[in-house]
Design a protein around this ligand. Structure first.
Ligand SMILES: Nc1ncnc2c1ncn2[C@@H]1O[C@H](COP(=O)(O)OP(=O)(O)OP(=O)(O)O)[C@@H](O)[C@H]1O
Length: 237
């Protein structure tokens, strides 16, 4: 097991961001963590990378209880733009290489090429789409056992989304890496997900294997997600 959240509760003030969540993530799979705004997706990812700690319960990643040190083994693409505007793309790559021993420069250069990003460009000159692509290059170039992507498609046009999905399939090592993609844009990741998890108001309200859903229930992830949400809102479980 790559990741386990065990009875995890996280409150901000009196509000529950996560409410007694227990869930496992297996190695070598791509998980979609789906839910509307404010449902607890980002909080879940921040817990796995040691940016946020539970009020109660435990988070175990790669056999150890999470502390900030886990970020050496977890590659995390955040929603926030964390770039230094005055850096060039090449300098940002060099910075990442200096920070993370698992950073694979060759892989980064291949990804840059595929994404049509020039090393000499200053980050402040990049379009929003290209900043999104660069974030992905920096995340996927790490040979980390766990890859967390928080809204990787946010604000990006369909072509960029498409190139992101393609590079995910090309650059992920399915033997070793566990990937969790938090998003409310289900269509994009429908073709690449192995497992899907629905989260709502800090609770996990459903978890399914995507192939089983298609073959046994004959429904798409989007249909499953909508009906799971509707049942939850009507109070049926
Ligand atoms: N730093 C914080 N301080 C106070 N409340 C917070 C903080 N971070 C998150 N929350 C609250 O916790 C709940 C879960 O937030 P979270 O960001 O995990 O949801 P999300 O599913 O990622 O949403 P989004 O899709 O909008 O990013 C929300 O009610 C949010 O307002």
């Amino acid at each position: 097991m790559a990741i386990r959240l065990n009875n995890v509760t996280k409150k901000y003030g009196s509000e529950f961001a996560l409410n007694n969540v227990t869930i496992d993530f297996q190695p070598g799979k791509i998980y979609g963590l789906l839910g509307p705004n404010g449902s607890g997706k980002s909080t879940t990812l921040k817990m796995i990378t040691g940016l946020v700690y539970p009020n109660s319960g435990s988070v175990i990643v790669l056999g150890e209880e999470v502390t900030r040190r886990i970020s050496r083994k977890v590659a995390y693409l955040t929603e926030l733009d964390m770039f230094y505007d005055s850096f060039s793309v090449g300098r940002m790559i060099a910075f990442y290489e200096s920070q993370f021993p698992d950073f694979n420069l060759e892989k980064a250069n291949q990804l840059l090429k595929e994404m049509n990003l020039s090393e000499n460009k200053k980050i402040k000159q990049l379009s929003k789409g290209n900043r999104g692509r660069l974030k992905l290059v920096l995340t996927l170039a790490r040979e980390a056992s766990v890859i967390l992507l928080d809204e990787p498609f946010s604000g990006l046009d369909p072509m960029v989304r498409d190139s992101i999905v393609r590079s995910l399939l090309t650059y992920i090592d399915f033997e070793k890496q566990t990937v969790i993609i938090a998003t409310h844009e289900i269509d994009e990741i429908e073709p690449i997900m192995d497992e899907v998890i629905a989260i709502y108001k800090g609770h996990i309200i459903g978890k399914e294997n995507v192939e089983q859903l298609r073959e046994e229930e004959g429904c798409s992830v989007l249909e499953w997600f909508k009906s799971t949400m509707e049942k939850e809102e009507r109070g049926v479980s």
